[in-house]
Design a protein around this ligand. Sequence first.
Ligand SMILES: NC(=O)C1=CN([C@@H]2O[C@H](COP(=O)(O)OP(=O)(O)OC[C@H]3O[C@@H](n4cnc5c(N)ncnc54)[C@H](OP(=O)(O)O)[C@@H]3O)[C@@H](O)[C@H]2O)C=CC1
Ligand SMILES: O=C(O)CCCC(=O)O
Length: 482
Amino acid sequence: MQLLDPTLFREQCYINGFWQDADSGERLAVVNPANNEVVAHVPIMGESETKRAIEAAKVAQLSWRALTAQERSSKLKAWFMLLIAHQEDLALLMTTEQGKPLSEARGEVKYAASFIEWFAEEAKRVYGETIPGHQADKRLMVIKQAVGVAAAITPWNFPAAMITRKAAPALAAGCTMVVKPAPDTPLTALALAELAHRAGIPAGVFNVVTGDAVSIGKQLCMSPDVRKLSFTGSTPVGVTLMQQCAPTLKKMSLELGGNAPFIVFNDADIDAAVEGAMVAKYRNAGQTCVCANRLYIQEGIYDVFVEKFVAAVSKLKVGIGTEEGVTIGPLINGAAVDKVKHHLEDALAKGAQLIPTHNESDLGGNFIMPLILTHVDSRMLFATEETFGPLAPLFKFSDVDDVIHQANDTEFGLAAYFYGRDLSLIWKVAEALEYGMVGVNTGVISTEVAPFGGIKSSGLGREGSRHGIDEYLEMKYICMSV
Ligand SMILES: NC(=O)C1=CN([C@@H]2O[C@H](COP(=O)(O)OP(=O)(O)OC[C@H]3O[C@@H](n4cnc5c(N)ncnc54)[C@H](OP(=O)(O)O)[C@@H]3O)[C@@H](O)[C@H]2O)C=CC1
Ligand SMILES: O=C(O)CCCC(=O)O
C-alpha cells in the first residue's frame, strides 16, 4: 500500500492527543480481505486504556463545550477539508482493509466528509425556544446543551462514514468522543484521528481505541461519565449494549440490522427499477444494512425484469478492489462468505433456482459471485434474516396488500424501496411500509441531509440531517420568576 502521505498510516491508538500502544504491548493483525495478507497491526487495548480515554474526553469536554459554536464549526470545517484533500489515501486505506472497490471507497470518503461539513454548519443552529409563561410573573425558556462524553462503536462496512456520522454531530454539539472502530477496519479510523489532530481539534476531544470489543464496550457502557452511546452493527450486539447501558441510563442511538424489501409494481419503469435494484442490492457487495435483501416483482413484469436484471448483473466485475473496473470486492471475511452460502444452500434445498450470471461460479477466498435466485418463498432464510452479501432472491407477487404484508413481515424496519407510477398507490405503499426510510423510484436514499435510522429491531434514533445533532443534546427548561 503506497500512500501519498505515509503518515496517515497509523498503528497506534489516539488518546488525549497522543499516539499510544496497549499497556500490555499486545497487537492485533489487520488483514486485507482480498488476499488475507496482514497489512498492519494495531493495539489490543482494554479496560485501563478505555478508562483513560474516557477521562481525557471528560476533561477536554469542559473547554470544548465552552468554545463558541462558530469556533467548533471552524475546527470541523478544517477536518472536513483535510478529508477531501486526502481522499485518495483514505480510499486506498479503506479498500486495503475493507475490500470495497476504490471508486466506492472514494465515494465513501466524500460521504464521510459530508457529515462533518453538514454538522459544522448545524453547530451554529442549536436553537432553544421561549414559551409563554403559565403565570403572569413567569418567563419560560428552553436551552440545549451537550450531553457530555459520547462513545461510538462502529462497524467495518463503512469504516469512515459510520464514524463521522456520529463524531461530527457530537463534536458540533460540544460533546467529546471515544470511538471503538471494528477490528477489521481500524486503519481508516486512525487516519481520521490523524486528520482531526492536524485540523486542530484539541487533545481529548476525539479519541480512538482499538482492541477487545467486550472489555472496551463494557467500559464505554458502564462508565457513568459516558452520557451517550451510538452503535452501528448487528441487532444482538445492539441489545447487549443497551442492557449494559441500562444501569447508567445513557442516551442511545442504535443503527442495527435491516432486511430491506425492494418492490417493483407492474406499472414501474422497468429499466429504472433494474438500475435502482443494482445499487440497492450490490453496493459494497451487498454488505450494507440498507441493501435490498428481498426483491418482490409483480407478476405482469416478472419475466422482463428478471431478464434485464440478469443482464445487468452479468456485467458486474468481481475482483480485488484496487483493480481497474472492479465493481464487487471480496466480502469482509470467511464468516460473511459462509453466511451467504448458507442462505443459498437453504434456498436451493427448499426449491429455489439459481440463475447463472458469470462463467466462474467460485473465485475462492472471501470472493463470492453475485447470485440471483428465482422460485423463492417465505420459508427461506433470507425472508427473515439479513444476508449481508450479493445474493438477490426474486419473489413473484400479484396482490398489492399481500406484498405490503410480506414486506412488513419481519422484525426489522430500516429501509424499504419500491418502484411504480400510480400516485395514489405510491402514497398508500409509502405510508403502509413499516420502515424508517423508504425509497420511491430510487435505490439510493443515503445523504447527510436526511434522517437515517430505523424502527422495530433496526434500532433507535436518527443520524444525519438537522435531527442528528439532537441525539447529542439535552434540553434544559428554565423557569424564571420576574
Ligand atoms: N447495521 C449495520 O450496518 C451492520 C450490520 N451488521 C450485521 O451483523 C452481522 C454480523 O456482523 P458483525 O461484524 O459480527 O457485527 P457486530 O454487530 O458483531 O459488530 C459490529 C461492531 O460491534 C463490536 N462488538 C461486537 N460485540 C461487542 C460487544 N459485546 N461490546 C462492544 N462492541 C461489540 C464489533 O467488534 P468485534 O468485531 O471486535 O466484536 C464491531 O466493532 C452482519 O452479517 C450483518 O447482518 C454488521 C455490521 C454492520
Ligand atoms: O449501516 C450501514 O450499513 C451503513 C450505512 C450505509 C449508508 O449510510 O447508506
